[in-house]
Ligand binder design. Structure first.
Ligand SMILES: NC(=O)c1ccc[n+]([C@@H]2O[C@H](COP(=O)([O-])OP(=O)(O)OC[C@H]3O[C@@H](n4cnc5c(N)ncnc54)[C@H](OP(=O)(O)O)[C@@H]3O)[C@@H](O)[C@H]2O)c1
Length: 288
C-alpha cells in the first residue's frame, strides 16, 4: 500500500516511517523542517494539498501534522484553527477526490477531564484553543470524507531529535537535575511506535470510526515520571511531586483525560502497550 504522512518531520511521523512494513511505500511530508526524502506540503495551502497529496496516488493518508504547542495556540488562535481544523478539511476533500482513506491523529484533550477512562462513545468537551481546534478537525474530517478514522493519542513519547516529555526527563535526570512534576494531571502516555503500529492496523483493515490508540494506563504525570526513572535506571529522588496550581500554564489542561483502549483491542485484536512495556522497548531501542 502507498501511504502519505503529513507531519512527517514530527515525532509521530518519524516513528510511522520507522515502523512501516518494508512492502509499503511511505511518502513523508514536512512544512518547515525538511527531512531526508520528505516532500514539502504546507497543509494550510489548499492548492498545495490538492497538488502534492492529490498527485501522490496514495491509498491512505495518515494526517499527523498539527500545531501541537498547546499554550501557543491560546495566543495564535487563527493559526491554530487554520492548521488543526481547516487544513484537515482540505486533506479530507483531497482524499475523497483520489479515493484514499484518511486517518486523522487526534487527542485526549477533546475531553474535559472531569471523568477519565474515556471511551470512543463518550461526549467531548474540549477546553482550550488547541483542544477545540483539534476537535474541529475531527468534525471537518467526517464532513468531507467517506472513508475515515480518528486515532486519538495522549502525551506522545519516543526517540526524536526534538525533545518530548519523556526524552526531556531522561536528559534532566541524567544531568542530575531535579524536576517538579504534577501529580494531579492524569492521562494515557502513548509510545509513538505503538500508536504508529495501531494506525497501520487501522489503515489495513476496512474499519472506519474513532479509535483510542493510546497507552494502556490511566496514570498521573508524576507516576509516569517515576516509571521512566525506573526503566532508565535513573534517580527517582530527583523527581518532586507538585500540584498544577504551583505550575502556571496558559492553556487549560483536563484533570483526567485518560483513554480507554478496549475498542481497538476488541475490534482489531491489536494490543496497546502499558507504559512499562513501552518504556522497556524504548530503552532497548536506545541500547541497540
Ligand atoms: N505530542 C503530544 O503529546 C500529542 C498528544 C495528543 C495528540 N497529539 C497529536 O499527535 C499528532 C502528532 O504529534 P507530534 O507530537 O508527532 O507532532 P510534532 O512533533 O509537534 O510535529 C508537528 C508536525 O506538524 C507539522 N506541521 C505543522 N504545521 C504544518 C503546516 N502548516 N503544514 C504542514 N505540516 C505542518 C510539522 O512540520 P514541520 O516541523 O516540518 O514544520 C511537524 O511535522 C498531532 O496531530 C497532535 O495533535 C500529540
Amino acid at each position: 500500500m502507498k501511504f502519505f504522512i503529513t507531519g512527517g518531520s514530527g515525532l509521530l511521523g518519524q516513528r510511522i516511517a520507522t515502523v512501516a512494513d518494508n512492502n509499503d511505500e511511505v511518502i513523508l511530508a514536512h512544512n518547515s523542517n525538511c527531512m531526508d526524502n520528505s516532500v514539502k506540503c504546507d497543509i494550510t495551502d489548499k492548492s498545495q494539498v490538492a497538488d502534492v497529496i492529490g498527485g501522490s496516488d496514495c491509498d491512505v493518508i495518515i494526517h499527523a501534522a498539527a500545531m501541537t504547542n498547546v499554550d501557543l495556540c491560546e495566543d495564535e488562535v487563527d493559526m491554530a484553527y487554520d492548521i488543526n481544523a481547516n487544513a484537515t478539511g482540505y486533506i479530507a476533500q483531497t482524499a475523497e477526490d483520489i479515493g484514499a482513506k484518511v486517518i486523522y491523529v487526534s487527542t485526549d484533550f477533546v475531553f474535559d477531564g472531569e471523568v477519565g477512562n474515556y471511551t470512543e462513545d463518550d461526549s467531548v468537551n474540549p477546553l482550550g484553543i488547541y483542544a477545540k481546534s483539534k476537535y474541529e478537525g475531527e468534525v471537518m474530517l467526517q464532513k468531507y470524507s467517506s472513508n475515515w478514522a480518528i486515532a486519538r493519542v495522549s502525551v506522545l513519547y519516543g526517540w526524536h531529535e526534538r525533545n518530548n516529555f519523556t526524552t526531556w526527563l531522561i536528559d534532566e535526570l541524567r544531568n542530575h537535575n531535579s524536576v517538579n512534576i504534577v501529580t494531579d494531571q492524569i492521562n494515557s502516555p502513548t509510545y509513538a511506535d505503538n500508536a504508529a503500529e495501531a494506525m497501520f492496523a487501522i489503515a489495513k483493515s476496512d474499519v472506519n470510526g474513532i479509535f483510542h490508540t493510546a497507552g494502556n494506563d490511566l496514570i498521573s504525570r508524576y507516576d509516569f515520571a517515576l516509571k521512566v526513572a525506573s526503566e532508565f535506571d535513573l534517580d527517582e529522588s530527583l523527581i518532586n511531586p507538585i500540584t498544577s496550581d504551583k505550575f502556571i500554564q496558559k492553556a487549560p489542561r483536563p484533570r483526567d483525560s485518560s483513554l480507554n483502549v478496549s475498542k481497538i483491542e476488541d475490534v482489531l485484536d491489536f494490543k496497546m502497550e502499558t507504559c512499562s512495556e513501552s518504556l522497556r522497548r524504548m530503552a532497548d531501542c536506545e541500547n541497540l
